[in-house]
Design a protein. Structure first.
Length: 183
């Protein structure tokens, strides 16, 4: 691990970085479900390790990503809870920390005074240019369309199997499909 410091928009950050080079199973094992699960886990951990950059946790990055995409649909705590399938208390705590850091603003929803609309601040918008998920996106951009479609189909099915309710149909929309709700 290495500790680095930097300044971004006049704010000082200390960052702990970890070597994230591939250390998963041999690629020949990846075609088996267990091997593929290990590769997915390794890829996710690599993004999460990198996501400690800029002083944010993976959960905080996830909130910023959701609000960037949901600004015109459901930019509320409950929208985040539904999308991420997390507890309201967890969402509330993460949102409070981001408000304190000056990355989110809350304002009462004029249509429902019980709710708050959440908005990214200019600092958060600037920070999103350094989203560690962009590294994963860049790596995926190097793949052909057929591979990307197969990966999207498979990962959508896996995700639905893990977090979908019994008897529930998979959603018609996906962040992996251009032109669909949530883009």
């Amino acid at each position: 691990m290495t500790m680095n410091s930097f300044e971004d928009n006049g704010r000082a950050f200390s960052v702990q970085t970890v070597n994230t080079s591939y250390s998963g199973p041999p690629l020949s094992q990846a075609v088996r479900p267990e091997g593929l699960a290990l590769l997915i886990d390794q890829a996710a951990r690599s993004v999460y390790t990198v996501s400690n950059n800029r002083g944010l946790t993976p959960a905080q990055w996830a909130v910023l990503r959701y609000l960037k995409r949901a600004r015109n649909t459901d930019p509320t705590m409950m929208g985040l809870v539904r999308y991420q399938k997390i507890a309201p208390a967890t969402a509330s705590e993460t949102i409070s920390l981001l408000v304190k850091r000056g990355l989110l603003e809350k304002e009462r929803d004029p249509n429902d005074r019980r709710q708050f609309l959440l908005r990214l601040t200019d600092d958060a918008e600037a920070l999103m240019e350094h989203d560690p998920l962009l590294q994963l996106s860049d790596a995926l951009a190097e793949m052909d369309e057929g591979t990307l479609n197969c990966m999207a189909d498979g990962l959508e099915r896996v995700l639905f199997k893990i977090v979908g309710a019994p008897g529930e149909k998979p959603p018609e929309t996906s962040p992996a499909r251009p032109g669909q709700q949530g883009d």
